[in-house]
Design a protein around this ligand. Structure first.
Ligand SMILES: [Zn+2]
Length: 351
């Protein structure tokens, strides 16, 4: 590619009044950590790499599977055949898209022990995750380090997004103080997901990211945006008055980082010799087996009594047996890998 004028490839973007040459230079000098490179994450990474973001760290714990290809735009069939981790497959594509920027791939489960290292040198954190545990952890680190982040989520035909700038806007806990309990909200495995809602929400996040990285944070949306592309409905919720919750927000007002400190979230124990892992909620919650059974119906056989709920799924071609208890604890048989078990828990039970 002709590199005589490295800015030429961004000429259409620079022509947008809010960006200009100065904004483009800022974008090219900026660093982003992308947490999760699935449906939202691939759209985010694709857009930001093309926009010229100078450094993108792509963090993801999963491998590319056939059921990802319907919406995860950076992957193709050869990535499935080659059994590639998503972060690696994405990095290869992103380097082909834009060789003038730096891409770092990290194949890891984001948790409280590694998130600070993954985010401390970034100007912005992007949420491409699929579970609330990771999002509350991102919120904790973003507030702790004073870094902006953009929340996004999509399940079924509905998606939601808003932008957090520490000290200026409400944080995730100002808006949703507690994360939904296990089984309370559908996941992409149980409720499905339409690709267009993912692209729209991720594109909205990417636009917010470009405003911040171009040095125009005042241009961000101050509202929570909810869109359902099947029902043809949208809502913009004014959340600005919630900022800090009158000094009561545990995270941004009181600076209690409960996910980072390990008071919340899940923990795993490998059950020796049983090819099984137990996943426990740090704060026990009470599960509604009826709702959970309904959510899981399409994924595989479910049975329950008042003490436990059992279900079987085939994931990536491998069979797994789940036994779930009313306090949210689960034993997942079919793996002895704690990261795999946490992924499966987030996928089917949700958190
Ligand atoms: Zn807050």
């Amino acid at each position: 590619m002709n590199t005589d004028n490295p800015l030429e490839r961004y000429s259409r973007q620079m022509r947008v009044p809010g960006i200009g040459k100065a904004g483009q230079q800022k974008i090219m000098n900026s660093r982003v950590t992308l947490c999760g490179c699935g449906a939202l994450g691939t759209v985010l990474a694709n857009t930001l790499a093309r926009a010229g973001v100078g450094f993108i760290r792509v963090v993801d714990r999963d491998f590319v599977e056939p059921s990802n290809l319907q919406r995860q735009v950076l992957f193709d069939e050869s990535d499935v055949t080659n059994n590639l981790p998503k972060a690696e497959a994405a990095a290869t594509k992103l380097r082909q898209i834009n060789s003038s920027i730096e891409i770092e791939s990290v194949v890891a489960d984001i948790d409280r022990t590694n998130i600070e290292d993954l985010c401390k040198d970034a100007d912005l954190i992007l949420d491409g995750t699929d579970n609330f545990e990771a999002r509350y952890l991102i919120n904790d680190i973003a507030i702790k380090l004073g870094k902006p982040w953009v929340y996004g989520g999509a399940v079924g035909s509905e998606g939601m997004t808003f932008t957090i700038i520490p000290g200026q806007t409400p944080c995730l806990r100002c808006v949703f103080e507690a994360s939904p309990g296990p089984g309370e909200v559908g996941t992409c495995e149980t409720a499905g997901v339409l690709a267009p809602i993912v692209s729209i929400i991720a594109s909205f996040q990417a636009a917010e990211a470009l405003k911040i990285l171009a040095g125009k944070p005042e241009a961000i949306s101050k509202e929570l945006f909810v869109l359902n592309i099947w029902e043809n409905t949208s809502r913009r919720v004014k959340i600005a008055p919630l900022a800090g919750r009158k000094g009561q927000c545990p995270c941004c007002a009181k600076r209690e980082f409960e996910w980072l400190d390990g008071a919340h979230g899940t923990q795993t124990t490998t059950l020796c010799g049983r090819n099984a892992v137990q996943v426990t909620q740090k704060r026990s919650s009470s599960l509604n087996f009826g709702d959970l059974a309904k959510q899981l119906e399409a994924s595989g056989p479910v049975s329950s009594n008042k003490f436990l709920l059992k279900f079987q799924v085939s994931d990536g071609g491998d069979p797994y047996d789940f036994t779930v208890f009313p306090d949210g604890r689960a034993i997942i048989k079919g793996t002895d890998d704690p990261d795999r078990a946490r992924t499966l828990y987030a996928k089917y039970i949700g958190h």
